[in-house]
Every structure is written in C-alpha cells, then in structure tokens.
Design a protein around this ligand. Structure first.
Ligand code: NZQ
Ligand code: ZN
Length: 389
C-alpha cells in the first residue's frame, strides 16, 4: 500500500426510520436557526418534507426554506443560498435531497461566511478552508454521487460554461441520515443513473496506478460486483429493500475516500462529463454511461493487465483461449453490454444532443487526467466526443 492519512468527519446514520430516530437528538447540538434546503419539490410529493418539518417544529427551530436547487447546481444558486443563510443567521443548514442539493449547500456553507468570491477562491483553483463554515447536515433522498459523506462539491458556473468539483474535507457534512426507504420514490431513470454514477466512481479509482496487489483494488472488485448484482435485483423488483439498501451504501462507499486510499485515480470520464454538463445540463450518470465504453476502448491496451483482471474478476469472463488484450477488450464490452441491459443511453444523441458543433467547445473545456493509463491530448478528447455522438 502507498502511504496515506485518512479521516472522514461525517457521522452516517443508516437504516429505516433514520430521520425520526436520530434527527431530534442531533438538532439539540445546534442553535435555533435552521436553513432547510431542498430541490425542485419531490420531497413535498413523497411526504419527506412534512416529516422533516414536523421534527424541526417539535424541536422549536426557526426554519427558513431555501428551495429550487436543481440538478447541476449553479454558482448563481450558491450565491442566492449564501444570502439566505446570512440573513437567517443559520446555525445549521439541513440539506434534503441528492448530490445537487448537497453540493450546493456545501458551497453555501462556505460562501455564507466568506467575504470574497468563492468561485475564484475555491473552485477556479484549490483554496484553503482554515476557518469555520456553517455546519451542514444531510438527509439523503436519492443516492449515487456519494456526496453525503465527502467534502466534494461540483458547481456549474454558467457564465464561464465550466462545471468543476473540489473536495474540501472541511465541507464534509457533520451528519448524514441515510434511510433507503426515502429513495424508493426516485423515478427509474434517475435511480439507474445514480447507480451507474457509483459504478463509474469505482471504475475510475480501480483503473489507475498502483496496480500491484493492494487493499483498494480487492475491495473495489467486490463492490463493483455488488453494484451489478444488486442493480439487477432492484430492476427485477424495485421494492427489494435488501438490494435498494445495499445500493445506497455502495454509492456512499465509492466516494467516502476509503477506496481512494493509496490509489492515483483516473477521473477522465468525469472530467469529460462535467464539461458536457456545463454546455448541455445533461444528467450526470447518463453522460457517464455514454462516455465510459468509448474512453475505455481508447485506453484498454495501455492498462491491458488491469482491464483483463476486470474481465475475469468482475464480469467472470473465462480467460481460456484469449490473449491478454482480447480479455481486456472483453471486459470493456461486458461493461458496454451491461449499460445496454440496464437501459442507459449509449450515444450523445440519445441524451438529446443534436448539435455536433457543440463538441468542439465541450472538448476544449476538458483537461487531461494525470491518473490515466495514457494521457489524453486535446485531439483524442475531441475524437472521443465524436465517437460518442
Ligand atoms: O429536485 P427534486 O424535485 O427533489 O427531484 C430530484 C431530481 O430531479 C429527484 N429526486 C431526489 N430524491 C427523490 C427524487 N425524486 C423522487 N423521489 C425522491 N426520493 O432526483 C433528481 C436528481 O437529483 P440530483 O440531486 O440532481 O441527483 P444526483 O444525486 O445524481 O446529483 C447530481 C449532481 O451531483 C454531482 C453531479 O455532477 C451533479 O451535479 N456530483 C457530485 C459528486 C460529489 N459531490 O462527490 C460526485 C459526482 O461524481 C457528481 O459529479
Ligand atoms: Zn459521478
């Protein structure tokens, strides 16, 4: 194993009724003013809003709402939230939703106490957060990003057409309430997309140096198999609690930094998807499902031993009669077949992107991932988008 220092400061409360069991006690640790943040309104339709509001009222909190945080949260929304948090003197930001609400609220918790321009200081470049931010608590209603247990916040600057993520441990939520039952109302497309996002996070950690025997890769193979198995079970029976709850914790495990320990990571596909998202506002998991097989067809020969291992250990493809490269390619094609099996999009056109001229600026907005088995140059990145079209 490579050297590392590990800490994760988010306390996770996982399981049925997590909110009614734990939120009342947690609220006692914070002052009276709570900013309740959420998305486009699903929590009002599925009853989660009423349940959370009743607990906040019973705890005697002054609640200020910050609603309408949509997918791919924008910097403008962050600034709007920071103004609300300042005005209500928030002692706690309670973020109810998925990655978009969490990411926006992490940035709000920083922007509310910072006098400068947080985009310039913390997203355009890496900054240092050595001052207290507004405490954040999380209630998860859709899983996939793993944002509930890390300091990552992916924000879109619409003026600059840049979507960028940074992971600041100081922005980790203090607590995360994860009740898998809350996720049962997520529409099928979003559910599958979230699961694919977590598989993508696992693959992007796995396909990077070091490739010598290490704990991360072994855990990762078990987790990827678990994602595949549980997603198939959940698609057969969407009410399968065992499968649904496994998938919630799998997505947290993919991004709570444990798997990354000692690994370089290659987030090239995420870099490509984020640029695509900045221009098209496409669904994150769907963008990834289109890009992954195309990118891996470009690099599998450069990481042939690892792609061959992926084929045998994750997809259980027999090695007999195949060269290492053939086996490696079979692993990539097994992934592509799985994407078709679960009904995810396989081309940019399926994502609704009709204008091919968009691909040039999207590609130009991408950087090369330093962890890649082969560093992409701008021409090859453009070629990947053209092949994905
Ligand atoms: O907005 P509402 O009405 O609540 O509807 C949401 C939204 O439309 C809906 N939803 C959530 N819970 C529901 C529900 N619908 C019915 N029942 C429920 N229980 O789901 C939709 C998607 O929500 P969103 O939060 O956008 O999804 P997701 O969790 O996939 O987050 C995507 C964002 O996270 C970023 C992505 O780039 C994207 O901006 N990421 C964040 C990461 C991180 N911080 O670590 C890592 C990821 O790689 C990713 O980049
Ligand atoms: Zn992701």
């Amino acid at each position: 194993m490579e050297d590392f220092v590990f800490e994760n400061s988010t306390k996770a409360y996982f399981g049925k009724k997590a909110v009614s069991r734990y939120l009342p006690g947690l609220l006692e640790q914070y002052g009276p003013n709570v900013m309740l943040a959420y998305g486009g309104g699903s929590i009002k339709r599925n009853g989660i809003y009423d349940e959370v509001m009743a607990i906040l009222k019973a705890a005697g909190k002054n609640v200020t709402e910050f609603a309408g945080i949509l997918s791919n949260p924008t910097y403008a929304k962050v600034l709007e939230g920071a103004a609300v948090a300042r005005k209500c003197r928030a002692d706690l930001i309670l973020a109810v939703g998925g990655g978009s609400v969490f990411d926006c609220c992490k940035a709000v918790s920083l922007a509310a106490v910072y006098d400068g321009d947080v985009w310039a200081g913390f997203w355009a470049k890496a900054g240092t957060i050595d001052f207290p931010t507004v405490p954040l608590g999380i209630i998860l209603t859709v899983s996939g990003t793993g944002s509930e247990m890390n300091g990552g916040a992916v924000i879109t600057n619409e003026d600059l057409k840049v979507k960028t993520g940074r992971d600041y441990p100081a922005l980790n939520a203090r607590f995360a309430l994860l009740d898998p039952l809350y996720t049962l109302s997520v529409p099928r497309k979003q559910f599958v997309s979230g699961v694919f996002d977590s598989l993508s996070h696992m693959m992007e950690i796995y396909f990077s140096a070091p490739d010598t025997d290490n704990v991360s890769d072994s855990m990762n193979e078990a987790l990827m198999q678990s994602v595949i198995r549980n997603l198939r079970a959940a698609l057969r029976n969407p009410a399968d609690y065992n499968a649904r709850s496994n998938l919630v914790w799998l997505s947290t495990m993919a991004e709570n930094r444990i798997l990354k320990l000692g690994k370089k990571t290659d987030f090239q596909c995420h870099i490509l998807e984020h640029s695509l998202g900045a221009y098209t506002d496409c669904n994150h998991g769907c963008g990834l499902s289109v890009l992954h097989p195309v990118y891996y067809r470009h690099i599998y020969k450069d990481g042939a031993a690892k792609f061959a291992r992926f084929a045998t250990r994750v997809w259980e493809i027999p090695a007999e009669g195949k060269s290492r490269e053939e086996l490696a390619k079979a692993g990539v094609e097994a992934l592509a077949a799985f994407i078709r099996e679960i009904g995810m999009p396989t081309t940019l056109r399926e994502l609704g992107i009709q204008d091919k001229s968009l691909l040039k600026p999207v590609a130009a907005g991408c950087t090369a991932s330093p962890g890649s088995y082969r560093r992409m140059d701008p021409d090859e990145i453009y070629q990947i988008f053209q092949e994905a079209f």
